[in-house]
Design a protein around this ligand. Structure first.
Ligand code: ADE
Length: 285
C-alpha cells in the first residue's frame, strides 16, 4: 500500500495494482446509473474502481419496506429510520477483510465543504462508502454509532439544498474517481485545472482560427512555449481575481513572481462587463 503521494499522482509509482472500492447506499439505486457511463464506467470495467450500489430498502423487514418515520419533537418532513441504516452499514462492514472498514461519507448541506483537496485525499483511500440521506435526514444515532466504527465525515457539495444525497454522490465520485491513477489517460491534463493550485483554469481555444468573426489570442498561435505559459498564467490570475477574489486572498505571496503581482495590481486589464477576458490581448483572425 502506498503511504505518500504528491498532489497529482501521475508520478506516483508502485500503485498500478491499486483499486478503489466504493459502496453507495440509497433508496434510489437507479439515480446512480450515470456511474456506468464515460470515464467512470470505463474505470469500473477496467477494474480500477469497484463500485456497488445498495438499495436501503433491502435492509427493511416490513411489507412496505419503510425507511422513514415522523420526527421526534415534531416539525415538517420525515426522518430516515435508524434500523435499515444500521443493517446496511453492518452489511458493508462485514465485507471488510482483516477488519478493514470504509471511510463513511454522508452527504448533507450541513457537512464540511467538499473540495479538490478532499477529492485527492479520498482518491488515496482504499474504500469509500456513501450513505445517501433523503427527507429531513438520517436519524443522528446512525452517525453516532458509525463514528465509533469507522471514519465518518458529513460532506456538503455547496451552500444550497438538494433533495437528497444522490446528486452529491455523483459529483463526489466523479471528482474522486478521475484522480485514481489510470482513470484519466493523460494525467498531465490534471495539472493546470481549476482548483489544483489555488487558481482557476485559463481559457482554451481550438480550430478554426476564426469563428463567427472571433479570433484566437495571437500568442497561442505563436508556437512560443514560454510566452504561451506566461499568457495562460496571466489569464488564470485575472480570471481568479474576477470570479473568485476569495481564492486570490488565500494565495501564498511567496508563490507570486513580479509579473503575477503586476497582473493582480493592474486589474484594469480585467474583462469587460460581458465577461470577455482577452479584450486587451491581440487577437488573430
Ligand atoms: N444533500 C442535500 N443538500 C446537500 C448538499 N448541499 N451537499 C451534499 N448533500 C446534500
Amino acid at each position: 500500500m502506498c503511504s505518500t503521494r504528491p498532489p497529482v499522482c501521475w508520478t506516483w509509482t508502485g500503485c498500478e495494482d491499486r483499486r478503489v472500492r466504493v459502496d453507495v447506499v440509497t433508496i434510489f439505486p437507479e439515480y446512480l446509473s450515470p456511474l456506468d457511463l464515460s470515464l467512470i464506467g470505463k474505470a469500473r470495467q477496467d477494474g480500477l474502481i469497484d463500485l456497488e450500489v445498495h438499495d436501503l430498502r433491502d435492509f427493511t423487514h416490513d411489507r412496505h419496506r419503510t425507511v422513514d418515520d415522523t420526527p421526534y419533537g415534531g416539525g415538517a418532513g420525515m426522518v430516515m429510520r435508524p434500523e435499515p441504516w444500521g443493517e446496511a452499514l453492518g452489511h458493508l462492514m462485514a465485507a471488510g477483510e482483516h477488519g478493514e472498514v470504509p471511510h463513511l461519507l454522508v452527504p448533507g448541506p450541513g457537512g464540511i465543504p467538499f473540495t479538490q483537496a478532499m477529492a485527492h485525499e479520498l482518491a488515496a483511500e482504499p474504500w469509500l462508502a456513501f450513505a445517501c440521506g433523503r427527507y429531513e435526514g438520517i436519524d443522528e444515532r446512525v452517525l453516532e454509532e458509525a463514528r465509533g466504527q469507522m471514519p465518518t465525515t458529513v460532506v456538503s457539495v455547496g451552500d444550497y439544498v438538494l433533495n437528497g444525497g444522490e446528486a452529491a454522490v455523483l459529483v463526489m465520485v466523479e471528482a474522486v474517481a478521475r484522480l485514481v491513477p489510470g482513470v484519466i489517460g493523460n494525467a498531465e491534463s490534471l495539472v493546470e485545472e481549476s482548483h489544483e493550485d489555488g487558481l482557476l483554469e485559463y481559457p482554451v481555444f481550438t480550430k478554426p482560427p476564426s469563428w463567427r468573426g472571433r479570433g484566437v489570442p495571437e500568442v497561442l498561435l505563436s508556437g512560443h512555449h514560454g510566452q504561451i505559459a506566461r499568457w495562460r498564467r496571466d489569464e488564470r490570475l485575472r480570471r481568479t481575481a474576477l470570479r473568485r477574489p476569495d481564492m486570490i486572498e488565500r494565495l501564498d505571496p511567496a508563490d507570486l513572481d513580479a509579473r503575477d503581482r503586476e497582473v493582480l495590481t493592474d486589474l484594469s486589464e480585467l474583462p469587460d462587463e460581458h465577461g470577455r477576458f482577452d479584450t486587451n490581448h491581440p487577437i488573430s483572425g
